[in-house]
Design a protein around this ligand. Structure first.
Ligand code: SAM
Length: 307
């Protein structure tokens, strides 16, 4: 794997899970650097198509160049995957043979200081994945109330010091408005916490998830994915945060249930039919993969099949 690109997590398992050898069209809904798309294209029939979606125009350009040699077999769509039904209808695709959702951000996005995702490289307080977010991190940290900040740090970062952190941020901004990720990181270092880097990671993750409305996008894309899949074809979701994994797990379990009548009903009255079958309840990276790519350590892969 070329080190200049994002290293795709659980690459073999993800690609195999959507059965590329027999697929006509597969959607890579978090295209990034196209790590999965590339492997899919190698394994899919010569007449097949991979469609890559990303909110980030730079990711679309980079993956477009990387996979240029596949010509018409690879198409990109710039947009939020929460609109996937509409995006695909725009290119006359209504059914697909596999869907991959690899949540979060790519290594290149983190490394690009201008995007403001990094506490290690100071940049503007943006944290927007694309140009479709209604808000940026600068507004969040400078204008939200202490209580709202604490809730964001707790809900999306599971940061135990969420209240202290919110208090410290509000106190610092009375002196000077936050402008850079470095300004924000300095508050955490000044708190003299035992593990400042862990808190920084959780703080930045929580603001990023909020700014990009990531959990809501996931809730909106999952039912559309089921709708788009042909029968007996699969959806693979890779998450890196407990909130994302909880949404995915609950959705797949719910879709895999038949009757949801109360247990004391003698006969079924709801007539609910399952629309998914769970194929892989949970796959996580091996110790070897985590050693090679520490960014994979929190990954959780769930795979379900349309029935
Ligand atoms: C973990 S990276 C994907 C890396 C990719 N699988 C690879 O191998 O290079 C996640 C990508 O999904 C994109 N993304 C995240 N949420 C999105 C959404 N709601 N709509 C579209 N793209 C999204 C991000 O911009 C980022 O490029």
């Amino acid at each position: 794997m070329n080190e200049q690109y994002h290293i795709p997590v659980l690459l073999d398992q993800v690609v195999a899970s959507v059965q590329p050898e027999t697929a006509e069209v597969i959607l890579d809904l978090c295209l990034g650097d196209g790590g999965y798309s590339l492997e899919l294209l190698k394994k899919m029939p010569a007449t097949s198509l991979v469609v890559g979606v990303d909110r980030d125009a730079e990711a679309i350009n980079r993956a477009g160049k990387r996979l240029m040699s596949y010509g018409h077999r690879f198409r990109t769509l710039k947009g939020n995957f929460r609109d996937v039904g509409k995006l695909l209808a725009g290119i006359n695709i209504f059914k697909v043979d596999g869907i991959i959702v690899d949540l979060g951000i790519s290594l290149l996005q983190i490394r690009d200081a201008a995007k403001g995702f990094s506490y290690a490289r100071s940049g503007p307080l943006s944290m927007q994945m694309g140009d479709d977010s209604a808000i940026n991190a600068e507004v969040v940290v400078n204008e939200f109330s202490e209580e709202k900040l604490a809730n964001i740090f707790w809900e999306f970062g599971e940061e135990r010091a969420s209240r202290r952190l919110a208090r410290a941020i509000v106190s610092r901004r009375r002196e000077k408005r936050f402008e850079t990720t470095g300004d924000l990181a300095s508050v955490v270092y000044d708190m003299k916490l035992r593990y400042p880097v862990k808190t920084l990671a959780r703080l930045f993750q929580s603001i990023r998830i909020f700014v990009n409305d990531e959990l809501e996008s996931l809730k909106l894309v999952l039912p559309q994915a089921v709708e788009l899949l042909k029968k007996s074809r699969r959806l693979a979701v890779l998450s890196y945060h407990s909130g994302e994994d909880k949404i995915t797990k609950q959705f797949m379990n719910e879709m895999a249930k038949f009757c949801i009548c109360p247990p004391d009903f003698p006969v079924c009255r709801c007539n609910k039919k399952a629309s998914l079958k769970i194929v892989h309840r949970l796959i996580v990276p091996s110790a070897e993969e985590i050693e090679k790519n520490p960014n994979s350590r929190s990954a959780k892969l769930r795979v379900a099949e349309k029935i």
